[in-house]
Design a protein around this ligand. Structure first.
Ligand code: GLY
Length: 366
């Protein structure tokens, strides 16, 4: 089922219209402590929202677990939710992932709407039907593919995001711009030309944020993801393109937690993207000038994550445990050029070490 993605002009009107379009028996609203306080007031003019049964969960990825999920199931069950009920998820990626999974599993599946309140949530988590929770220390270990009925995106929510949260979401937009045009078949006909989208992304000024511009870029970006997911909703093939930057990225993110210097997901993805473009350069001849342009952009905006060569082996081991791997081989998505995607790529330990050397040299801490 295709998700309806709504670019909101006035969220209360757009939401009221969606709720009028769909018949349901019982409306439920899932928020966390923060979105309940800061985001829900924007929806309160909608009469149905004031009548919805409200579940509030604790904020933070550490609560994206079986206990919180069980609390949501229990609430739905005790408050008379049935197969025709509708759940609205108002929050960031943690909340839409968990709420989507609660909906996907309650009574074998009820319908849900996502209203992302972070840039990262809007550009990635809320769109594309991946839902789930963390389990036994493993991220998104339990989950299901279940598309939301609709995803309502209102960039007014992003105006209160701090710089770090904005940049974290923006890294996924950079990734989408690199993939733009590249499903091997027809993405290019539907979105702006690949070079334009990437150049616009690289030109964006975070010192003087133009929210209208950010909104335009966000919707181009969401379209790229939508087109890819439409062709491969359950990630058997081309959807793996969306993993660009995430193999190195997850290793950096895991290492950052181990050494008590945690970095936001999007920052790790930005550094991971640089590394995977370098691998693309050595293995597929990806354009070096483009690689250096993106490296400069990432360094200027995201700073660096410092490590030394004694940590190469551990980073390699973290990549060996990545859940995207198949047949014991580390799995990468690489690019021959912007939009020319090569999924199911692997690399030797020597190539990975060389990539980490490049990263340390260009980020200036060798
Ligand atoms: N976050 C990547 C995907 O949705 O496939």
């Amino acid at each position: 089922m295709k998700q309806q993605i709504v670019r909101c002009t006035q969220i209360e009107k757009d939401l009221a219209q969606i709720l009028r379009e769909w018949s349901y028996d019982g409306l439920f609203l899932l928020t966390d402590e923060n979105t309940h306080k800061l985001c829900l007031p924007l929806l309160e003019p909608v009469p149905e929202i004031r009548l919805a049964k409200s579940i509030i969960i604790p904020a933070g990825d550490e609560h994206k677990n079986i206990q919180t999920l069980s609390n949501v199931w229990e609430f739905l069950s005790q408050n008379g939710a049935n197969r025709k009920s509708l759940l609205m998820n108002l929050g960031g990626g943690m909340l839409t992932d968990l709420g989507g999974f609660a909906a996907a599993t309650f009574k074998r599946g009820i319908r849900f709407i996502n209203i992302p309140t972070t840039l990262l949530g809007a550009v990635d988590a809320a769109v594309g039907g991946k839902t789930g929770i963390n389990f036994k220390g493993l991220k998104n270990e339990i989950g299901a593919f279940a598309p939301a009925l609709a995803v309502l995106i209102d960039s007014n929510f992003f105006k209160t995001l701090d710089h770090t949260n904005l940049l974290s979401g923006y890294a996924e937009m950079l990734k989408h711009a690199l993939l733009c045009g590249g499903d091997g078949r027809d993405v290019a006909r539907h979105v702006s030309t690949p070079d334009n989208q990437l150049n616009e992304i690289l030109r964006f000024d975070f010192e003087k944020i133009d929210y209208q511009k950010l909104n335009d870029l966000l919707f181009e970006s969401v379209k790229v993801k939508e087109r890819i997911v439409e062709q491969d909703p359950t990630e058997q093939g081309i959807r793996k393109a969306l993993n660009l930057g995430h193999t190195f990225g997850h290793a950096f993110e895991s290492l950052s937690y181990e050494i008590n210097r945690p970095v936001p997901h999007g920052y790790a993805v930005a550094w991971g993207t640089v590394c995977e473009l370098y691998l693309s350069f050595i293995k597929w001849g990806f354009d070096k000038n483009c690689l250096l342009k993106i490296t400069r952009f990432v360094k200027e905006n995201y700073g660096t994550f410092a490590f030394d060569c004694s940590q190469y082996q551990h980073l390699y081991e973290l990549m060996q445990h990545d859940k995207k791997n198949e047949s014991g081989l580390i799995n990468f998505t690489l690019l021959k050029a912007i939009g020319e995607i090569e999924i199911n790529q692997t690399a030797s330990q020597r190539e990975i070490d060389e990539t980490l050397d490049f990263y340390r040299e260009y980020f200036g801490f060798q």
